[in-house]
Design a protein around this ligand. Structure first.
Ligand SMILES: NC(=O)c1ccc[n+]([C@@H]2O[C@H](COP(=O)([O-])OP(=O)(O)OC[C@H]3O[C@@H](n4cnc5c(N)ncnc54)[C@H](OP(=O)(O)O)[C@@H]3O)[C@@H](O)[C@H]2O)c1
Length: 280
């Protein structure tokens, strides 16, 4: 059963919603401040200046006045192929050193001593894992050993890669962060594996990757039946099937709307409809 409730994301100190900080450039600090004011306590970023502005996230966190213990901060190590010229590490260093340098720079940007979750932004290749991926994970494990990060995670992974990583890892991933398409039954196979391993599945692009599905009659009927907004239906569904959703909205009213999704409950029938909405 996929609709087993929200218990997976109810682990203490892991929030039920993450605010995503990609693509906001000079508006990053303002948006993160608004998100924290709206009630978000989990923030996702990356030390990848091409898509994120991690130092602005740190400035917003500091200015928010919310204590460090009340916030869940997640950032990522990104390979050179997905960076632009603004690298957070020496391009000539080996990948383990790059992880250490990137992480040290993240702590500076975020103005903290430790983070909650450190995520490998994506494996170095589309299929399988490379020696670099394993070396990166070992370096991440050392950061975990040193209590510099409470959890480790991996993003943009296929099931076979996740299985391999779990087989090789001494410190198991606690999070998977993937783009979540309704047409794959919302990444069903990866989510199933995660649930069996106690890994929390973080879903992104829940609205933007599923535009056609959210236009179907079946979806519109759920919206009408429940009185939720379309975004709330998607986020409520995600949370009820055990996902930790991300939103990167820049609109304060959408921020409040998204957070309010957890006050609703979809029926078992509507959860089933949502699971297969791409086939509707
Ligand atoms: N690991 C990775 O490789 C990866 C890749 C992509 C994203 N991410 C993470 O995921 C975060 C979220 O990214 P995303 O791809 O899910 O897209 P997003 O940045 O959250 O974009 C959502 C879009 O939907 C719109 N929207 C309309 N109504 C909304 C509502 N009620 N609530 C929320 N949005 C609404 C937003 O517009 P308004 O601004 O007008 O609300 C926005 O254009 C990123 O910031 C990043 O942290 C990670």
């Amino acid at each position: 059963m996929l609709w087993e409730g929200r218990q997976i994301t109810m682990t203490p100190m892991i929030p039920t919603f993450l605010y995503g900080t990609a693509w906001k450039e000079d508006d990053t600090e303002r948006c993160v401040r608004l998100a924290i004011e709206a009630g978000f306590r989990g923030i996702d970023t990356a030390n990848q200046r091409r898509h994120y502005f991690e130092a602005a996230v740190g400035a917003a966190v500091k200015a928010s006045g919310v204590s460090r213990e009340q916030l869940f901060l997640q950032t990522k190590f990104t390979y050179i192929d997905s960076q632009d010229h603004r690298l957070p590490y020496d391009p000539n260093a080996d990948v383990a050193m790059q992880v250490r340098q990137s992480f040290a720079s993240s702590l500076e940007h975020l103005q903290v001593d430790a983070i909650d979750s450190y995520v490998l932004h994506g494996p170095s290749r589309r299929h399988g894992l490379s020696q670099d991926d394993l070396d990166v994970w070992r370096a991440m494990e050392e950061l975990h050993d040193a209590q510099k990060t409470r959890f480790l995670g991996v993003s943009n992974v296929a099931l076979d890669q996740l299985e391999l990583l779990c087989a090789e890892a001494r410190v198991q991933p606690r999070f998977v962060q993937n783009r979540c398409f309704a047409r794959t039954m919302w990444d069903r196979d990866v989510r199933r594996f995660c649930r069996a391993r106690g890994i929390v599945y973080q879903g992104f692009s829940l609205l933007t990757a599923n535009v056609a599905e959210l236009r179907t009659r079946a979806f519109r009927e759920i919206v009408e039946r429940t009185g939720m907004t379309p975004a709330q239906v998607v986020f409520c569904f995600a949370q009820q099937v055990g996902m930790l959703p991300l939103t990167g909205t820049t609109d304060p009213s959408h921020m409040r709307e998204d957070l309010a999704a957890e006050r609703f409950e979809l029926s078992a029938d509507d959860l089933r409809l949502m699971e297969t909405i791409a086939q509707a």
